[in-house]
Design a protein around this ligand. Structure first.
Ligand SMILES: NC(=O)c1ccc[n+]([C@@H]2O[C@H](COP(=O)([O-])OP(=O)(O)OC[C@H]3O[C@@H](n4cnc5c(N)ncnc54)[C@H](O)[C@@H]3O)[C@@H](O)[C@H]2O)c1
Length: 384
């Protein structure tokens, strides 16, 4: 797939697609990708575009080379006459720090991609024990296919910072962790130090994403969870957000925004989501409201959380019953379809954009509507 910048300008230069008025075709759509090895199929995002676009592209269709042309609404919202027609999520000129990416399977990755597609610059914080393999995989191109954005370009991650959100300052790090071989090769990875490094490297950020959780006793029922396990879940999954926001707030530009990821187990009992993780998500949601007030007043920063449906990420697989939860959701949610990580990514991009400028302190559900149900429609009891 060749990269086609700025709505098909490169493609137009190769195979001009000219309107009857002699102008290069842009209309309310933008040509986003050209696959020179593909079929001569032309795909349009909206059927209303087909009649207006197809005749203009006849020369294209009959060209000896075979192309796949993917057309979708322009992010810029510009029409042929220059009149704004769309409602763009425009994050150009914004810088995002996303904590909690160590592969391309989770919600953090999908959020990074959506933010990059909207034009934001992407910085990533990766858990120290996972950073080597993540950076190596990135460098070796293992993620290249999943880095691809709608316009054919690859998401650029400007910098990856080692991070462990369980520790706020170097003084908090116990000796056994500091000398552990998974940590000893890295430096400046406590929350305070990472915020300082980002400040030194880039000055400021506009967007903060918390997409991480850890509960060492997650497979244990709450009644069997130790104090240590419970507090560890809260520390890694809830206070980590308080700490990140506290340390990044001074370098966040006013008008910026932050989000975290939560789960319905905070407010409804989900047997199997144990070890204090349900309590940690409840704390995260409560903190979202309090931090929305404090960060809103202090730095004009918005704070929201997305309550996401089940996804087969690495973290979720560690819990052990994620495939069943995905099937359960499919069977019982109002929308019977797979939940895509990109759907969470797109919601995050909206919430983190100026389009959501009056939304703060909210729990936003992205779960095919499962949260609205009070009855499992596939329950065998109902079949009797
Ligand atoms: N997957 C789901 O079904 C689901 C549903 C609802 C909410 N969520 C939430 O989404 C968020 C992202 O999780 P995911 O499921 O996409 O999995 P994931 O494995 O992609 O992300 C979890 C990340 O947390 C990182 N991490 C763990 N402890 C850390 C620490 N101390 N410091 C820094 N990073 C640390 C891991 O390295 C990993 O990159 C989590 O908050 C999770 O609870 C997930």
């Amino acid at each position: 797939m060749a990269t086609v910048a700025a709505g098909g300008l490169q493609m137009a230069a190769t195979r001009p697609c000219i309107s009857s008025s002699g102008r290069m075709f842009m209309s309310s759509a933008a040509i986003l990708g050209v696959d020179v090895k593909g079929t001569s199929q032309v795909k349009f995002a909206s059927s209303s575009h087909i009649s207006s676009v197809k005749p203009l592209c006849q020369s294209f269709m009959s060209a000896p080379l075979k192309f796949t042309v993917v057309v979708t609404r322009a992010m810029s919202g510009e029409t042929e006459k220059g009149i704004a027609s769309g409602l763009p999520i425009d994050l150009r000129g914004k810088r995002a720090f996303i904590a909690g990416i160590a592969d391309d399977n989770g919600y953090g990755w999908a959020i990074a991609k959506a933010l990059a597609a909207a034009g934001a610059e992407i910085l990533v914080g990766t858990w120290v024990p996972a950073i080597n393999i993540f950076e190596t995989s990135l460098r070796r191109g293992k993620f290249d296919e999943s880095r691809r954005l709608l316009n054919g370009s690859l998401m650029e991650i400007i910098k990856v910072y080692p991070l462990d959100t369980v520790y706020d300052t170097p003084e908090d790090v116990p000796v056994d962790v500091r000398t552990n071989k998974r940590y000893s090769g890295a430096s400046n990875w406590t929350v305070k130090e990472v915020a300082e490094s980002v400040k030194n490297d880039f000055g400021s950020i506009d967007i903060l994403v918390h997409s991480l959780a850890n509960g060492p006793e997650v497979t244990k029922p709450l009644l069997e969870t130790s104090r240590k396990g419970y507090l560890a879940a809260i520390s890694a999954s809830s206070y980590s957000f308080v700490s990140l926001l506290k340390h990044f707030l001074p370098i966040m530009n006013p008008g910026g925004a932050s989000i975290s990821l939560t789960y319905i187990a905070s407010e409804r009992t989900i047997p199997g989501y144990g070890g204090g993780m349900s309590s940690a998500k409840a704390a995260l949601e409560s903190d979202t409201r309090v931090l929305a007030f404090e960060a809103g007043r202090k730095g004009k920063i918005r704070v929201n959380t997305i309550s996401a449906g089940p996804l087969g990420s690495r973290a979720a697989k560690a819990i052990g019953f994620i495939e069943k939860m995905i099937k359960y959701s499919y069977a019982n949610a109002p929308l019977q379809k797979e939940l895509l990580a990109d759907e969470v990514g797109n919601t995050a991009a909206f919430l983190l954009s100026p389009l959501a400028s009056a939304i703060t302190g909210s729990v936003v559900y992205v779960d095919n509507g499962l949260n609205a149900m009070g009855l499992a429609t596939d329950s065998p009891t109902l079949a009797v």
